[in-house]
Structures are given as structure tokens and as C-alpha cells.
Ligand binder design. Structure first.
Ligand SMILES: C[S@@+](CC[C@H](N)C(=O)[O-])C[C@H]1O[C@@H](n2cnc3c(N)ncnc32)[C@H](O)[C@@H]1O
Length: 381
């Protein structure tokens, strides 16, 4: 099937990064709006999107888009869809979603109207009055914003940030999709030497390595649409082979991760191993105060001209902790700017005085959300 309309939600601020990723997998008619990017393509595109996209939260098929200010309009818009093209007689089709700034305000009421419309349509299709719902999962999602209804089918299952490598975690890990966005914005490439002096469980460095080596983040996980009839196992295998054929084994990428917490470093090492890139990252327990340029400069793989520092330092919540976090910001400026190290520094922080404390204005800034925390990516290059 060609011309399937799809949409990927993403974190606010990463729409342009996701758009670039979609171009790379040859998606068509790409249109970005706040927090999501629409595109079109075939089942092949759907498979490639799930396996390859780094900043998308999931891949959804858009089944219909319409305006509704009454339950009747909502019912009719859902009833119009040929659900039998996807959902078989025994499949599960739960409904979830949200409404915002719309006449139809009650989410549970919308949910039951949508479910009823799908059931009535499938009753006609399959000439039955009872659905077991024991088969493959077709999660129906709806969103109603300013009376505009989107009815979607989720093809991913677990969110795409779940790459499969992060079984162990530290206290405040950065989401993999956000880390991948930061990696893209910081222009990591196949020759980069990347350092994170507050690396925690290593997410920024692992995502950097996957990016630099062009290893698709979804290679080692399953997607819910793999259970659907619309695509065969061999379609998914071909998708995985396409992704494997793009891996850049000649990349000279190297990374250096350090953290004051030895437990975090142990976890980072385990995660890197699970991601299959542990040979590319050196981890050590060290506080940023003690970090010397020699720590990475002595490495034979270190390339000064391609050196990039990416970090998600502690933010601090109480006053004392804020001051401790600010000490680290100062050190980032002292150690990684205005020295012989190429001055490529990318820090995500919610602190509005970050630049003042670090002592230098960022070349560029980008508003990003780390969970619910409004942050900026401060970019020095
Ligand atoms: C927000 S977390 C980073 C999480 C990481 N991005 C991840 O995905 O797991 C901040 C990290 O800074 C580390 N840290 C705090 N003080 C430090 C210091 N003085 N030197 C180095 N690391 C420090 C903490 O141990 C913590 O792992």
C-alpha cells in the first residue's frame, strides 16, 4: 500500500531534526507542526521509520482527520474508516486519547463513542455481533485539538525511546530521543571525538556512537505492527537488512565519559555493551573538578579538530544544590572553552543564568523540554 499518511510525535524543539531524519528515509510530503511531524509513504516507509528514527516517539498511521463539535460528527468520522483493511475479526482494538481546547471535552465519552463506531463498522465488515479481541494489538489513538480530530493507529507499541540497551538506569537519565536530538544539533559525525564529563548512564555518548556509526536505534527491538497481517516477517527482515547495510564500520568515532558516581559508570558500561558500541567509549569515574585534558588527549584515537563536549549536568533543585550545579557550569566554561580544545560545547540546562555563570554567551540556543522541565540547549561552536 502506498500513500499511507503517518505522523510521529516528538519532543518540542526537535521537529526540524525529525524532519531531516524523515528525509533520510525518503518519506514524502513531510509537514512539521508543534510536537509532531506528518509524512506519507508505503509500508516500507513505515518499517524504516520504526527501525531508523532517533527522535520520533512513535509511528502512527493517520486513519482520518476531520472536524467534530458533536458526538454524532465524531461517530460518523470514525465510522467512515475502513477498519477491516487493518483489523481482523479476532484482533484487539482498544482506544485512548486526549482532547484540548475543544467542544468535545470528555475524554472517556469520546473514547466510548470512537470504540462504538469501530465496533459497528467491524460488525458490518465481518457480519458478526461479538469480538473476542484476543489477537494482534491495534491501539487506536485519538487527539482532538481545537475541534480537529485525528484518528490514528499505533504501529510502534513501546515508545521508540526504548531502544533496548538501557536496562539499568541512574537517578536522572536523559530520554534517548532527547539525547539523539542533542547529538544531531551538535553535528556529531563519523569522525567525532565526543566527551561527556557528567555522563551518568552514558545516554548522550551511546546515542552519539549509534549516530556516528549509523546504527539504527530500533535494530534490536520489536514493534507492535510486526504482529499485523499487513506486513510479513520478511518485510521486517528486509527493513532490518536495509538498516544494517547503512552501518558505517569505517567510522573513527570515539567517546570519553566520566562521572563522579562509580555506580553510574558501571551502569554506563553495561548499557554501552548492550548497545554494541562499548569498544568506542572509554568510561572513567572522575569528578569534573579533576578532569584533565590529558585524560582524552593522550588517547591515540582523540581527534582535536573533531572534539565535541555534550553534557546534561546536574540541574540542582534546592539552593545549595543549585550552587553546586553552578560550580559545574563554571568548570565547563573553564575546561572546555577558550583553550586548545576546539571550543565545541553543548549543554542542556534549565538555568536561565547559565551563560552568565559559565562566563560566555552561547553561539546559539534552542528551547528543549527535558521531561516537564523547560531547558535550553546552550551551543558553543
Ligand atoms: C542529570 S545526570 C546525567 C544523566 C545522564 N545524561 C544519563 O542519561 O544518565 C547528572 C550527572 O552528573 C553527575 N555529577 C554530579 N556532580 C558531578 C561532578 N562534580 N563531576 C562529574 N559528574 C558529576 C551525577 O553523578 C549524574 O550522573
Amino acid at each position: 500500500m502506498n500513500n499511507i499518511k503517518m505522523v510521529c510525535p516528538c519532543l518540542f524543539g526537535l521537529e526540524s531534526v525529525l524532519t531531516r531524519e524523515l528525509k533520510y528515509i525518503d518519506a514524502q510530503n513531510i509537514k512539521a507542526t508543534d510536537g509532531k511531524v506528518f509524512f506519507e509513504g508505503s509500508f516500507e516507509t513505515l518499517i524504516d521509520a520504526n527501525i531508523n528514527l532517533r527522535t520520533a516517539e512513535r509511528v502512527l498511521i493517520v486513519m482520518n482527520e476531520f472536524k467534530a463539535t458533536s458526538f454524532e460528527e465524531l461517530y460518523q468520522g470514525v465510522f467512515l474508516i475502513d477498519w477491516g483493511n487493518f483489523i481482523n475479526k479476532n484482533d484487539k482494538f482498544p482506544v485512548k486519547g486526549w482532547t484540548l481546547n475543544s467542544v468535545l471535552k470528555s475524554e472517556p465519552a469520546c473514547q466510548s463513542i470512537i470504540k462504538k463506531a469501530v465496533v459497528e463498522k467491524l460488525k458490518k465488515t465481518y457480519k458478526t455481533s461479538w469480538f473476542e479481541e484476543t489477537g494482534a494489538l491495534y491501539q487506536i489513538q485519538f487527539s482532538i485539538q481545537k475541534d480537529n480530530v485525528l484518528i490514528m493507529l499505533d504501529t510502534s507499541g513501546a515508545g521508540l525511546h526504548k531502544r533496548g540497551y538501557r536496562k539499568s538506569t541512574v537517578l536522572a537519565p536523559i530520554k534517548e530521543t532527547l539525547a539523539a536530538g542533542i547529538v544531531s544539533l551538535s553535528r556529531v559525525n563519523s569522525k567525532s571525538s565526543v566527551c561527556d564529563p557528567c555522563c551518568g548512564s552514558g545516554t548522550l555518548l551511546i546515542e552519539s556512537a549509534l549516530w556516528a556509526l549509523k546504527i539504527a536505534p530500533g535494530l534490536n527491538r520489536r514493534f507492535v505492527a510486526e504482529d499485523w497481517n499487513a506486513m510479513s516477517d520478511s518485510d521486517w527482515n528486509l527493513g532490518r537488512q536495509r538498516a544494517i547495510s547503512k552501518i558505517n564500520k569505517d567510522s573513527s568515532f570515539m567517546a570519553f565519559g566520566s562521572d563522579i558516581d562509580p555506580e553510574a559508570i558501571e551502569i554506563a558500561k553495561i548499557n554501552a555493551k548492550r548497545a554494541g558500541i562499548s569498544s568506542r567509549i572509554n568510561f572513567q569515574t572522575k569528578s569534573i573538578q579533576d578532569l584533565e585534558f590529558l585524560d582524552f588527549k593522550n588517547s591515540q584515537d582523540f581527534e582535536k579538530s573533531n572534539f565535541i563536549v555534550l553534557t546534561n549536568p546536574p540541574y540542582g533543585e534546592r539552593l545549595l544544590e543549585v550552587n553546586q550545579a553552578r560550580e559545574i557550569y563554571k568548570l565547563l566554561g573553564q575546561k572546555f572553552l577558550n583553550n586548545n580544545l576546539n571550543n565545541n560545547l553543548y549543554v542542556i540546562s534549565p538555568d536561565e543564568d547559565f551563560e552568565k555563570i559559565l562566563g560566555s554567551r552561547a553561539t546559539k540556543r534552542r528551547k528543549l523540554y527535558n521531561g516537564m522541565i523547560k531547558c535550553q540547549l546552550y551551543m558553543y561552536f
